[in-house]
Design a binder for this molecule. Structure first.
Ligand code: SF4
Ligand code: SF4
Length: 67
C-alpha cells in the first residue's frame, strides 16, 4: 500500500549515481542500482522532496503518482 500520492521521479539517464539522494531519504526508499543510477521504491516514498533538494544534478522531481 503506497503512502501518500506524491512520489519522487528520477531522470535515470541524467543521474550520476552519487548516492546523495539515498543518504537523505528518511524512508530508505532510494537505492543505487548497479552503481549507475538511482531508483525509487514508490511503495516506500512519501514524497517529502528531501532527495530532490539534495541531488547535485537536479535530476529528481516530485510528481503526482499515477492512479
Ligand atoms: S521524496 Fe522523500 S521519501 Fe521519497 S525518495 Fe525522496 S527523500 Fe525518500
Ligand atoms: S542525488 Fe541525484 S545524481 Fe545523485 S544518485 Fe541521487 S538522483 Fe542520482
Amino acid at each position: 500500500m503506497a503512502v501518500g500520492k506524491r512520489k519522487a521521479w528520477i531522470d535515470q539517464k541524467a543521474c550520476v549515481a552519487c548516492g546523495c539522494c539515498a543518504r537523505v531519504c528518511p524512508k530508505g526508499a532510494i537505492h543505487i542500482l548497479r552503481g549507475v543510477y538511482a531508483q525509487v521504491n514508490e511503495d516506500q516514498c512519501v514524497g517529502c522532496g528531501l532527495c530532490a533538494k539534495a541531488c547535485p544534478a537536479s535530476v529528481i522531481e516530485i510528481r503526482e503518482a499515477q492512479g
